[in-house]
Ligand binder design. Structure first.
Ligand code: ARG
Length: 601
């Protein structure tokens, strides 16, 4: 026993430069530059982990919101939302906030515009594919966003898309909403970009409580005269092939006549569905990433309103002399837009999102209720005979959706794993850094949109979860399916609490020490090691294996990251449920507050 204690003491308290009787060192510390590089990677892993945790929780919260909304009855306007109705007209629209109205004239930089004040374009939204911002869009009603059809080329799976709504005038975080349905214009031609327009239906309606507001749609085919100075806005590139803007940019561009435009752009321009705006002198234009965003012209009056006449579509380069930008003419699509937004819910096949949120009954019901009612229209017989068939079709489609969703989840997991511990890309960044100061590490460019979190307060992450809106709380009894969704949310919150509780400003991994025991070595060339790492001011110590040659070191570092993350997670979970036996854990971990020394130093 005494021997064991002595041994333990020996192991835990090695002098920093312990040497064997032959003068060989017994232990070796990883140098500070390696620890720094490791910490930088760890911090990135934490950030990614927090983002995906927040994402999962937000999604579950939105499912609840959607369910409650459905239980309250579709199409019934919410009393506190007089502004937002589907369909959009009539009602207030296109109103800008005072103090945000001074759109740049012909100077500065979109290409050649200037940074828009926060909240200047309440209808401007951002479309993300797997959380990667790809296009702009324009809010036109409570649940409808208008954008360019080409944004969905090759990526029409609505489950992969989300929409980030406009931020508030004081930079209040923008809300991110999943997409329920994508409706590209049926005549969109990807070769010519004719009819480059798509409607996107949001999963939850935009609430008046937020900063987003709809733009006005043209009420007649007539457009403002040539020369009218209209506004464009977006996060697109600052110049061709250039970086995307970090914040919304805006510019004024005059409308050009069809003749001028055709002369400039040649036969590629189809004036029946496209209009041009910009300067033949070049310099001010929309660019890559602005697609789907608004070209609005101000309608004068006692209360000026912005009306959407164009949706950013294409151009020949960006801001090139003689090459104005091309916008889809919204006014000519008025009927199609109204038709789509007014369509009865049962006239369309249910979306995957709707089907996945549906809990199919064991037995087909005698009548076909939403979301399956659509299929009842398809079979000829009397309603009673049709119901089982409709139910079957509906369930089959749901299965296909499940497969799509599963494939999506797997891809996300793979992406996440690559982002976190990607053996090659991650290590390629890390390995050379071992010989250099960590400051020379270059991670992927931070994208502000990727860090926008859904709810106010969640910037500091933590379990400051979406406070349910009053109407969101709903009554579980009157709303079937609500309780399981709530349980799912609670489970997710518990599972991710360890990372969500860490405030954003403290979300940093700090590898303080990795002490390798040179006394033994695995056949793969790794040495047992003690690791002390910190997260948000809390420290854990665990044992691991580490390589000391450049190649073995590079290979062993991802393991250290994973172990550190696991240890933090398990420690936090054990703290949250102190009786929860974690006896099976092989990790030798201990938790300490900052300031407590690791056992061996
Ligand atoms: N097609 C681009 C996009 O997808 C928009 C290009 C606009 N170009 C222009 N020169 N106005 O974002």
């Amino acid at each position: 026993m005494l021997l064991a204690v002595l041994l333990l003491l020996l192991l835990l308290l090695p002098p920093p430069d312990a040497r064997s009787a032959h003068g060989h060192p017994l232990y070796m510390r990883l140098p500070p530059s390696t620890l720094q590089a490791l910490s930088a990677q760890g911090t990135k892993a934490l950030q990614a982990a927090q983002r995906s945790a927040q994402w999962a929780v937000n999604l579950a919260a939105m499912e609840i919101q959607h369910r409650v909304h459905e239980c309250q009855g579709p199409g019934r306007p919410r009393p506190q939302d007089p502004l937002f109705r589907d369909p959009p007209e009539p009602g207030p629209c296109g109103e800008r906030r005072p103090g945000t109205v001074n759109v740049t004239q012909a100077h500065g930089r979109i290409v050649g515009g200037s940074a828009a004040p926060p909240g200047a374009w309440p209808w401007l939204v951002r479309l993300q594919l797997s959380r990667q911002p790809l296009c702009g869009g324009v809010l036109v009603a409570a649940t409808w966003v208008l954008t360019a059809a080409h944004c969905f080329a090759g990526a029409s799976n609505e489950l992969l898309w989300t929409v980030t709504l406009a931020e508030g005038p004081r930079g209040e975080p923008a809300e991110e909403v999943p997409v329920n349905r994508i409706l590209p214009h049926p005549k969109f031609d990807p070769r010519t970009f004719r009819n480059d327009l798509a409607l996107v239906q949001l999963w939850t309606p935009v609430s008046l409580a937020g900063a987003a507001r709809p733009v006005c749609l043209p009420q007649e085919p007539r457009e403002p005269p040539t020369g009218t100075a209209c506004a464009i806005a977006g996060w697109g590139a600052l110049f061709e092939d250039g970086p995307e803007a970090e914040a919304v940019r805006e510019a004024r561009v005059p409308l050009l006549s069809a003749d001028t435009c055709r002369r400039a752009l040649g036969p590629g321009l189809s004036p029946s569905t496209m209009l041009c705006a910009g300067y033949l002198a070049g310099g001010i234009d929309s660019c890559q990433g602005d697609s789907g965003g608004p070209l609005t012209c101000s309608e004068p009056g006692p209360r000026p309103r912005e009306v959407l006449y164009g949706v950013t579509s294409w151009g020949d380069g960006c801001g090139e002399p003689g090459k104005p930008g091309v916008y889809t003419r919204v006014a000519v699509f008025k009927d199609w837009l109204q038709e789509q937004m007014n369509a009865a819910p049962t006239s369309r096949e249910p979306s995957c999102r709707e089907l996945l949120a549906w809990d199919p009954p064991e037995e087909p019901r005698a009548d076909t209720a939403p979301p399956c009612a659509f299929y009842a229209h398809l079979c000829p017989g009397p309603e009673g005979a049709c119901a089982p068939l409709a139910h079957q079709q509906c369930v089959q489609r749901r299965r296909r959706c499940e497969l799509r969703s599963l494939a999506h989840t797997l891809l996300e997991l793979l992406r996440g794993a690559q982002e976190l511990f990607g053996p090659r890309p991650g290590m390629r960044r890390l390995a050379p850094a071992l010989a250099r100061p960590a400051t020379s590490l270059r991670g992927p460019r931070r994208h502000p949109a990727r860090e926008q979190l859904l709810h106010p307060g969640s910037r500091a992450a933590g379990m400051q979860l979406p406070k349910p809106r009053p109407e969101q709380r709903g009554d579980a009894h009157g709303c079937p399916g609500l309780e399981p969704l709530r349980q799912k949310l609670a489970t997710l919150q518990d599972a991710h609490a360890w990372i969500l509780q860490v405030p954003l400003e403290r979300l940093a991994m700090d590898f303080q020490e990795v002490l390798a025991d040179l006394g033994s070595k695995t056949i793969t060339g790794l040495f047992p090691a003690w690791v002390r790492a910190g997260l948000g001011g809390r420290y854990v110590v665990f044992s691991s294996l580490v390589g000391l040659e450049p190649a073995t070191l590079a290979l062993s570092l991802p393991r250290l990251l994973v172990q550190a993350l696991q240890t933090f997670r398990l420690t936090a979970q054990a703290e949250a449920e102190p009786t929860g036996a974690r006896m099976g854990m092989r990790q030798d971990w201990r938790l300490g507050e900052k300031g407590k020394d690791p056992p061996h130093s």
